[in-house]
Design a binder for this molecule. Structure first.
Ligand code: COA
Ligand code: AMP
Length: 273
């Protein structure tokens, strides 16, 4: 469970800002990213995010929207980063088999697993294509719980603490561009901080990015280098919840808009990544 902040070494008394960027081309979403940083870094971080949008692998956008919100320090909560490890798999079939096995071991029913796998494989948006956020799935019955099946639940207002980011950078030095993994791990750590969420399954909708993960408070973030075939434009996220422990209104509000900083207290959490 995230802890409420009092005065602490990571930002007691200081004001924070949430800086969020989304970029589109011809009205289609191209990329998005966000930071939650001490207010003094608002301009620097805004510049970094605009540059990130402009240099995105799929080409320059024609519209970049930058939103900066002040976040009072009393509102900021903290949650631990999930330990991350990679399970080597040679094919998407092997990766999905391993991911399904892990979901079973976390108490997700066969029905819920196949409903999620099927949706992610063919596009989880009931109107066709991908969703804009994550599906919420009852881990026992396999039913979708979010109100808007086209949009889903989009997790936001989250970042590493400044110390956590510095530790992460040191731990992954020399491993190439890990920004995608870092952002997914941070997002998954916020999701896993809710007691009502038992597991989180994801693979990207980017046709060139075939890795994915199953994350949970129990056992951490397990990365599978292949969960789909190259060239497939479908992907998404499924959050499996315990319907009795998950409060639909309060917990969705937490996922979407409670400011949460992810702490890295033990750098060994990246040893097996
Ligand atoms: N795919 C498609 N459309 C998207 C989208 C996505 N991934 N993210 C945003 N949009 C579009 C949608 O049309 C959305 O409208 P909707 O709310 O009706 O679905 C619209 O942009 C506004 O989205 P919103 O989330 O309100 O915008 P924002 O500017 O506040 O935040 C993001 C944009 C991309 C930063 C945020 O949605 C997000 O995904 N944050 C998580 C990013 C991350 O990986 N964080 C890790 C921290 S290190
Ligand atoms: P990506 O990992 O960015 O390729 O996104 C893969 C899928 O995850 C998208 O198609 C969305 O369905 C979903 N998604 C993207 N961003 C978020 C988010 N912030 N919160 C929840 N789901 C998301």
């Amino acid at each position: 469970m995230p802890t409420d902040t009092g005065q602490d070494s990571t930002g007691g008394g200081m004001s924070w800002v949430s800086v969020r960027m989304r970029a589109t081309r011809n009205g289609q979403h191209v990329s998005g990213a966000e930071r939650l940083v001490p207010a003094v870094y608002a301009v620097t971080v805004s510049n970094v995010l605009v540059e990130r949008a402009r240099r995105h692998a799929s080409g320059e956008p024609d519209r970049i929207v930058l939103t900066v919100d002040r976040v009072p320090h009393e509102a900021v909560r903290f949650a631990p980063i999930l330990a991350a490890r990679t399970v080597c798999v040679e094919s998407a079939t092997e990766g999905r088999r391993a991911a399904m096995e892990r979901l079973r071991s976390l108490g997700v029913s066969e029905k819920a697993i196949s409903s999620a796998m099927d949706a992610l494989t063919h596009g989880a948006n009931p109107f066709g294509g991908n969703m804009r956020g994550a599906m919420l799935i009852d881990r026992a019955m396999g039913e979708r719980l979010e109100r808007d099946h086209k949009r889903g639940v989009r997790v936001s207002f989250v970042d590493l603490t400044p110390e956590g980011r510095a530790r992460f950078d040191v731990c992954v030095r020399g491993r190439g561009d890990v920004s995608r993994f870092r952002d997914a791990l941070v997002l998954a750590s916020k999701v896993a901080s809710l007691p009502g969420v038992v597991a989180d399954l994801c693979w990207s909708d980017d046709p060139a990015y075939v890795a994915g993960y199953v994350a949970a408070r129990d056992g951490g973030y397990v990365r599978y280098p292949r969960l789909k075939e190259r060239g497939i434009p479908f992907g998404g996220r499924a959050y499996f919840v315990d319907a009795e422990a998950f409060d639909l209104e309060k917990d969705i509000e937490y996922l979407q808009s409670a400011p949460v900083l992810i702490e890295v207290n033990d750098p060994s959490v990246f040893n097996e990544f």
